[in-house]
Design a protein around this ligand. Structure first.
Ligand code: SF4
Ligand code: FE
Length: 489
């Protein structure tokens, strides 16, 4: 297992092309850029915690392939216990970072690909699963970070991939020969991509026969020829080029450092291709990945909410209103919502079942509910945090004013709350609340792991409405014959 420092050192060896605000970065300096280094620190923590005996049980596990001790982020779930520990691990890490550490996306992509390639081989006689296991062995042995790459730009949403005016709006195979395939297109909103080693590309939706070229799953180094990453902007990102206080969370940043990854005729050798044209399995891969990632959100955002709740309570202490009844009530309301998020992630894990490959899969309906809760409750938690923290979150002068020899004294005097707490500490907590409840973080809660409508679509598919009707008809005594309920789970 790598340490955080070894992880950072290994990233410097890549020959990666990253653009930020129109400038190409030097590849060995990518991880030092102010816009990127916080995300690298957060991901590095997933390496350091795995080497800390205190977190051994959550962060490490025995590989079912080699019997070796590995970082859990490279593991294929072998039991319900593995699924539950994943959620507990995410909550624990989020409590330390207050933001995304990005490594779950590749983790989930690998788990989805593992079981789907097994099923595909059984039905179609392909040999994708063995190939994928080789890739997985490499990931487990070297402890590299894999970015999960699912979301395509999608162009006109009313058209299928092969109907688009521009065929590149979904990643597709442009040619193949005996050595491998050439792919073209782009992947959008790529969490942790610029500080990963490899990306695992998956289709963005279930494909029909006419979209055969778009049913592609493969692994590619993030610095392979033909790949360009264009880093996204975030709320207040230029503050990262200034002092620490104004950032709110200078060490770990906000969310996952997303980018647009362009794949301009990228060669992928056959041993790294895990689906190529098998449209009937593309939907299963998408759904499995989506459910694994939606499982996470009560863990990851539960932990993030713990930090927001703590920050709100500290702000109340620093401002002298922590004993007010309405503040206590709001804090309790926030706790209720955070635990509701967590409970749902634990539930979908506890109800997990083995797939044909032996890998465990979450309860898909409950996993979708888990993520859907996040699209609503995080907004409510953050609303209450801003309510408790007060207008200072939006109007506070800068760190430069605090440090100014002429006017700094006024900031220290007038931004003070209770006399025992320096104004600087109150500013730090207010900035943390601003960071965690602001634009970029909220949008990620809405759309990360799929937009709310993507979860709603799954409800009608996964929940048994006919059974619910039958329950009502029987209790209401409607109908003459006995409606024996054969559909009870
Ligand atoms: Fe992991 Fe996604 Fe949460 Fe980031 S947002 S910590 S990748 S579950
Ligand atoms: Fe996310």
């Amino acid at each position: 297992m790598m340490t955080g420092q070894e992880y950072k050192d290994s990233l410097r060896k890549r020959n990666i092309k990253v653009y930020i605000k129109g400038k190409l970065l030097k590849s060995n300096e990518v991880i030092d850029h102010p816009f990127i280094r916080g995300h690298v620190n957060a991901a590095a923590l997933t390496y350091d915690l795995a080497n800390d005996p205190m977190y051994e049980d959550l962060m490490t596990v025995t590989s079912h392939l080699t019997g070796k001790k590995i970082n859990r982020f490279t593991h294929i779930h072998q039991s319900v216990d593995d699924l539950v520990k994943k959620v507990k691990m995410l909550r624990m890490i989020s409590q330390k970072t207050g933001t995304c550490y990005q490594r779950c996306v590749g983790f989930d992509a690998m788990n989805a690909t593992y079981s789907v390639t097994y099923e595909m081989d059984k039905k179609l006689g392909t040999n994708y699963h063995e190939r994928f296991k080789e890739f997985l062995l490499h990931v487990q042995d070297t402890d590299i970070m894999v970015a999960g790459a699912m979301t395509d730009p999608k162009g006109d949403r009313s058209l299928r991939p092969s109907q688009q005016a521009d065929p590149d709006l979904f990643v597709h195979v442009v040619s193949k020969d005996d050595k491998g395939i050439i792919i073209r297109g782009a992947k959008a909103h790529m969490t942790g991509m610029v500080n990963s080693h490899e990306m695992l590309i998956m289709p963005t939706m279930g494909m029909k026969k006419e979209d055969k070229d778009y049913a592609v799953c493969c692994a590619v180094p993030v610095d392979a020829p033909g790949i360009i990453h264009i880093f996204g902007r975030q709320t207040n990102d230029d503050r990262k080029c200034e002092g620490d206080i104004d950032q709110g969370n200078a060490k770990y940043g906000i969310v996952g450092g997303e980018c647009l990854t362009v794949l301009e005729d990228v060669f992928v050798p056959w041993n790294s291709v895990f689906m190529c044209g098998e449209t009937e399995f593309s939907g299963a891969l998408v759904e499995r990945f989506a459910c694994y990632h939606r499982q996470n959100y009560g863990g990851c955002k539960g932990g993030v909410s713990d930090v927001v709740i703590g920050a709100s309570a500290v702000m109340a202490d620093y401002s002298g209103y922590s004993k007010a009844g309405h503040i206590k009530e709001k804090i309790n309301e926030m706790i209720h919502m955070a635990e509701t998020l967590y409970a749902c992630s634990i539930a979908c894990s506890a109800e997990g079942k083995p797939t044909a490959s032996g890998a465990y899969f979450v309860d898909p309906l409950l996993a979708n509910v888990s993520k859907h809760n996040v699209t609503k409750l995080i907004y409510d938690i953050d609303r209450l945090a801003q309510d408790i923290a007060g207008g200072i979150v939006a109007t506070m002068p800068s760190e430069s004013d605090l440090n100014d020899p002429e006017i700094g004294k006024y900031i220290r005097k007038y931004l003070k709350g209770v006399s025992s707490v320096p104004a600087e500490d109150r500013m730090k907590i207010a900035r943390l609340i601003e960071n965690m409840t602001g634009g970029t973080a909220l949008v990620e809660s809405m759309h990360g792991a799929g937009s709310p409508q993507a979860q709603k679509v799954m409800y009608s598919k996964l929940s048994n409405l006919e059974h619910k009707k039958l329950c009502a008809l029987n209790i209401a005594g409607i109908g003459t014959e006995e409606k024996e309920d054969k559909k009870v789970d």
